[in-house]
Ligand binder design. Structure first.
Ligand code: NAD
Length: 486
């Protein structure tokens, strides 16, 4: 069984109290690791190390030198690909085929993409005349913000953590990461890679533990943290916003979604079915961008539903190593209970279960795992919590609509506003509908097609701020105006 430690000031250490918690496999419920749980003092040590590192070798490096180091980190993740893959799949239960083409390569790419994007950003200048007839020039100079707290979820652990750590370090900051208690391993492994690549001690720190009254809260409340970047549930985002109010620290919040797919009669049916299948079920539905509400134009509703059901019936559930497996378990037994509570609620609220709706029988050896069946419902009223709240499981509700106005109103009928996908061959319609949706990201005839230079973030209760490409500069740097009179 693994023993997972904090990574503070370049060293793997236990908590001062030696307190630890169990990490269970979502595949079969066995304990696979004992993870150290940080107290306030452990977190304070990590923050002090990060603060000191700002003034050390890291703070003295040129942007190019930092970028070279981060490129090495990306390269080393790829060299140690199998270790990262093994760790990520053990923690999450996801298929190796999925993690090997999304989680680990993107985890590495996050270190190169941002150092390239940020290194090529021009400096803003404004020339002006002065009242006494002279001139002045204003230069917008950027400085690192300082110590960044990085609070992460469990669904794409390495990918979402490096999505924040990559740009934070590229901008010259130092970080203290609090990975999800459900998926602690790859964040710890990255500490080893940081040492191998000569990232100075204190630049990258990891503390393990839970949220409230634990490592997460101790970190966000630490006054030496200069800014907090968070990905997770909207309700946690609210607590983090309150913590950040103390000392007026900046926040970036990437929160939940209740995303829609809108399928018009003029779509390419094959692409739409395959796209919605992926968007609702990939990663066992545990993707913030995942589709839980599908609206299909009435004229093609029956055909679409039939074809989607057929494809869902072909999905193969199994452990990470199983050949041709499509879906793993949910990430934890707690999450399984939550998702199954929505499966029950859907039935109580009068849904017709098109397929799935329960726990699969995968044999005695997997009985203790967090398995649920991929599920499609029809027939729910808009007021059902199943259509209003984020479930974060392999399920979707499919509903017919007649025209554009109706479907725009339906899609916007939620407190969330992360993303949507629109399936149509009509470019005019695609543009009009996309722009009418109250979301941060729209995909037309695709889903989760990511260019790391683009703005990423949600509207409404799906978050605050945008990360990605140069947009991260706004959060990870302090913009200083220097006005020179001449
Ligand atoms: P969560 O909010 O329960 O936990 C996220 C992290 O916050 C964990 O590390 C947790 O320990 C920590 N935390 C919890 N309470 C805290 C507190 N009071 N103070 C400080 N830290 C605290 O989320 P989760 O269940 O791990 O992840 C699933 C959620 O993440 C879903 O809602 C999903 O939509 C969202 N998500 C959003 C995006 C996005 O980019 N918008 C991406 C992935 C996941």
């Amino acid at each position: 069984m693994k023993h997972i430690q904090h990574f503070i000031n370049g060293m793997f250490v236990d908590s001062i109290s030696q307190r630890s918690f169990s990490k269970l496999s979502p595949v079969d419920g066995r304990q696979i690791a004992a993870v150290q749980e940080a107290d306030e003092e452990d977190v304070a040590k990590a923050v002090s190390a990060a603060k000191a590192a700002l003034k050390g070798e890291w703070g003295q490096m040129t942007q190019r030198q930092r970028a070279e180091k981060l490129e090495k980190v990306a390269q080393r993740i790829i060299e140690r690909f199998d270790e990262f893959l093994e760790a990520e799949c053990a923690d999450t239960g996801k298929p190796k085929s999925l993690a090997s083409h999304i989680d680990i390569p993107r985890g590495a790419a996050n270190f190169t993409a941002f150092s390239h994007a940020l290194g090529n950003e021009p400096t803003e200048t404004f020339s002006m005349d002065t009242p006494d007839g002279s001139k002045a020039i204003n230069l917008g100079l950027r400085k690192p913000k300082g110590v960044i707290a990085v609070i992460c979820p469990w669904n794409l652990p390495l990918l979402l953590m490096t999505w924040k750590v990559g740009p934070a370090l590229a901008c010259g900051n130092t970080v203290v990461v609090k990975p999800s208690e459900v998926t602690p391993t790859t964040a710890a492994l990255l500490g080893d890679v940081m040492n191998e690549c000569g990232i100075p001690a204190g630049v990258y720190n990891v503390v393990h533990g839970f949220g409230a009254q634990s490592a997460g809260q101790y970190l966000t409340q630490n006054p030496d943290v200069d800014a907090i970047t968070f990905t997770g549930e909207t309700s946690t985002g609210e607590s983090i916003m309150q913590a950040a109010a103390l000392g007026l620290r900046n926040i970036s919040l990437e929160c939940g979604g209740k995303n829609s797919a809108i399928v018009f009669e003029d779509c390419d049916m094959h692409s739409a079915v395959e796209g919605v299948l992926r968007s609702a079920f990939e990663n066992t539905g545990q993707v913030c961008l995942g589709t839980e509400r599908v609206y299909v134009q009435s004229t093609i509703f029956e055909e679409f539903l039939h074809r989607l059901k057929e494809r869902v019936s072909e999905l193969k559930l199994g452990p990470p190593d199983m050949p041709n497996v499509n879906l793993g378990p949910l990430a934890s037994l707690e999450h399984q209970l939550k998702v199954l509570s929505y499966y029950d609620l859907a039935k109580k609220d009068g849904a017709q279960v098109v397929i799935g709706g329960g726990v699969p029988n995968l044999g005695a050896s997997l009985d203790g795992g967090a398995w649920v069946e991929p599920t499609i419902w029809v027939g729910l009223d808009r007021s059902s919590k199943v259509l209003q709240e984020e479930i974060f499981g392999p399920c979707c509700h499919v509903q017919p609509f007649d025209d554009e106005r109706e479907v725009i109103a339906l899609a916007n009928d939620t407190n969330y506003g992360l993303c949507a996908s629109v399936w149509t061959q009509n470019i005019q319609r695609a543009m009009t509908v996309s722009h009418s949706l109250d979301v941060g990201i729209v995909w037309v005839n695709s889903w989760f097609l990511r260019d790391l230079r683009t703005a990423f973030g949600g509207a409404k209760q799906s978050g605050i701020g945008r990360e990605g490409g140069v947009h991260g500069l706004e959060f990870y740097t302090e913009l200083q105006n220097v006005c020179i009179k001449y």
